[in-house]
Design a protein around this ligand. Structure first.
Ligand code: PRX
Length: 593
């Protein structure tokens, strides 16, 4: 085993596992011959006018021999796995589409889903798409604040959730969501739910037919709404269309190297876009079996899943890999993973050490890839047959043009950086099929993401002489914690709701495991003094409102927060001071008392 300093800069694939020939073996040739139209034709066949994600993902496979293949294998916390075949998934999603139709849900209306990774979540998402509704999956670790905010922005008409989540997180804020006409509750213990003002999922499903004519949606019809966070303002609803499915199909093939017969495990929750694009859509498009673990991370359990389920392709995240590394190699080596063929990771920078750890401990390196909620699918990737430069995100997907630019002042033309190794903003040529089509109701914010036909990602990166991209950092203040994007503004707003808080500034503090940890700085109103009980109270208030996934882990009192002359808290300066880094340009700083 190499020690860090001895690792070579390139991990060569010569002699790599070739039991299954990778889909992409010659990058230049695949890139040169790639055409989105050809992929579209292959997936959609001659009926190119209508495109429905759920039809292509489920119904297309349901008839015939493939119908009996397992689409999802749900692993409960304990007890037997529940297998759902493609044919059964078709029937379940038909039933749910009929449930929505019976409730009067029309094409384009919004269906929110707030559940753990239970079968009903998958039924609701795919059934909603069949109905032609716009589906928005929410992370079940959100608190009432983020839930009500997102359903409000999205004008949710239906919410599918569980009885326990409803009682804990929704009931009290239901009045804040006037558009919500129907709440459908999944029972937690199998007995029908009977909560006033709600429907029982099981009862509605039992009364619905399992035949449904899928809504003939068009490629540009809105399909999914995924919320993401910016530096300022409310969360943004990234609009995705049915035609995005073409990217999911292409990336399933080239970036994840899915082959017929694979057992695929995407560890992301569908409350985040990775868990929808790659935890639901892409594997179904390829007719493979997906493993879904209902539980949260547990090192021993995860190794046992890899081994026992004979996972062949695994898509996970750097935080999880770092937690496995922390658990020690002995745990991994207690088991064997002969079925495993390809491992990849997304969402945050993957340390070079983690790439090598995979090679040492699992026998396979980890392949980093890069994308965003806005891109809808994988855009830059390390590929099964290509050498890896550990620390690099890889090469752009065939069909995707990437570049590094300097934005310059507003109105100035973009300057394209051609020199290798020079840092700038990562941009993508607009027009790939899964590109977001808007931020819901925020035309101006969307427009600002594009210049001269390029989408500006807001990520800083550099490209080396071989065309590999290297992540440098975010150009803004958003926080990436355990792979989840967190908007500091949303956290600050909730802290400011507390009567003791005068000002709040929230930063991501580097953390060796979760990447960044949410830390809040708070100054108090007159009449309040910093104290440990008050700190605990604020932590508790934030956790109750925001949920564990978003709430700060640390709160520090300050007599005052550094602000610009226009009164905006300078998070950048709070962060520099926290980390003992140079304070940078302070010309806009309001003199501190
Ligand atoms: O900053 C980049 C980081 O995650 C951001 C996108 O977050 P989100 O919209 O939640 O993405 C969901 C789908 C992955 C990016 O702007 N990011 C993503 N992948 C990587 C990454 N940072 C470094 N390396 C990556 N591979």
């Amino acid at each position: 085993m190499f020690r860090a300093a001895e690792r070579p800069p390139v991990l060569h694939k010569a002699g790599a596992d070739r039991r299954v020939a990778p889909h992409l073996s010659d990058y230049a040739a695949t890139r040169a011959s790639f055409s989105w139209d050809a992929i579209r034709r292959e997936l959609l066949g001659p009926s190119a006018g209508t495109v429905n994600i759920a039809h292509l993902a489920v119904d297309r496979h349901a008839a015939g021999a493939q119908g009996e293949r397992t689409a999802f294998r749900f692993l409960p916390a304990s007890g037997a796995a529940r297998d759902v075949s493609y044919a059964e998934l078709a029937r379940l999603t038909n039933r749910f589409a009929n449930v929505l139709a019976a409730l009067g849900v029309m094409k384009g209306e919004r269906v929110f889903v707030l559940c753990g990774r239970i079968p009903e979540l998958y039924t609701a998402v795919l059934g909603g798409l069949k109905r032609g509704a716009v589906v928005s999956p929410l992370f079940s670790a959100f608190g009432p604040g983020p839930i009500a905010m997102r359903i409000g922005i999205g004008a949710g008409k239906v919410l599918v959730t569980t009885e326990a989540l409803y009682r804990r997180k929704v009931e009290k804020v239901r009045a804040e969501m006037p558009t919500l006409e129907h709440v459908i509750l999944v029972s937690d213990d199998g007995t029908p739910t009977a909560v006033s003002g709600t429907h029982d999922f099981g009862a509605l499903m039992a009364a619905a037919s399992d035949r449904f004519n899928c809504e003939p949606t068009r490629g540009e019809d809105m399909a999914l709404l995924h919320f993401t966070s910016g530096t300022t303002g409310r969360p943004k609803g990234a609009v995705h269309v049915h035609g995005a499915v073409v990217t999911h199909y292409a990336t399933g093939r080239y970036a994840l190297d899915l082959h017929a017969g694979d057992v695929f495990w995407c560890t992301a929750d569908p409350g985040w876009i990775t868990g929808t694009s790659y935890g639901i859509v892409a594997p179904l498009l390829h007719g493979v079996t997906s493993v879904v673990d209902v539980g949260d991370f547990d090192a021993e359990r995860w190794y046992s899943i890899l081994e026992q389920q004979q996972v062949t392709v695994w898509y996970t995240a750097p935080t999880a890999i770092r937690m496995l590394m922390k658990a020690g190699p002995e745990l991994a080596r207690k088991r064997a993973y002969p079925a495993l063929r390809f491992v990849s990771s997304v969402g945050e920078p993957l340390n070079p050490e983690a790439v090598w750890w995979g090679k040492d401990v699992l026998g396979l390196p980890i392949h980093d890839n890069w994308w965003q909620t806005e891109t809808g699918g994988i855009m830059v990737s390390n590929y099964a047959a290509l050498d890896i430069k550990p620390g690099s995100m890889g090469l752009p997907l065939p069909g995707v043009d990437a570049a590094i630019v300097e934005r310059g002042p507003a109105g100035a033309p973009l300057r394209f950086v051609t020199e290798p190794g020079v840092e700038g903003e990562l941009v993508l040529k607009a027009g790939w099929p899964s590109m977001f089509r808007g931020y819901l109701n925020e035309e101006e914010r969307y427009r600002k993401c594009f210049r001269e036909g390029w989408y500006l990602t807001g990520d800083l990166a550099k490209r080396d002489a071989d065309g590999y991209y290297w992540f440098v950092g975010r150009a803004d203040d958003v926080i990436k914690s355990a792979g989840h994007l967190i908007g500091p503004f949303e956290v600050e707003s909730v802290l400011m709701e507390h009567p003791a808080v005068a000002e709040a500034g929230v930063i991501g503090k580097p953390d060796p495991v979760v990447g960044e940890m949410v830390k809040a700085f708070v100054s108090l109103k007159k009449g309040f003094e910093p104290s440990e009980p008050l700190r605990m109270e604020l932590l508790g208030h934030a956790r109750k409102r925001l949920g564990a996934a978003v709430a700060p882990k640390e709160i520090e009192f300050k007599p005052a927060l550094p602000k610009t002359r226009s009164g905006k808290v300078m998070r950048r300066l709070l962060k520099a001071r926290e980390l003992g880094l140079p304070e940078g340009d302070l010309s806009t700083l309001e003199p501190e008392s």
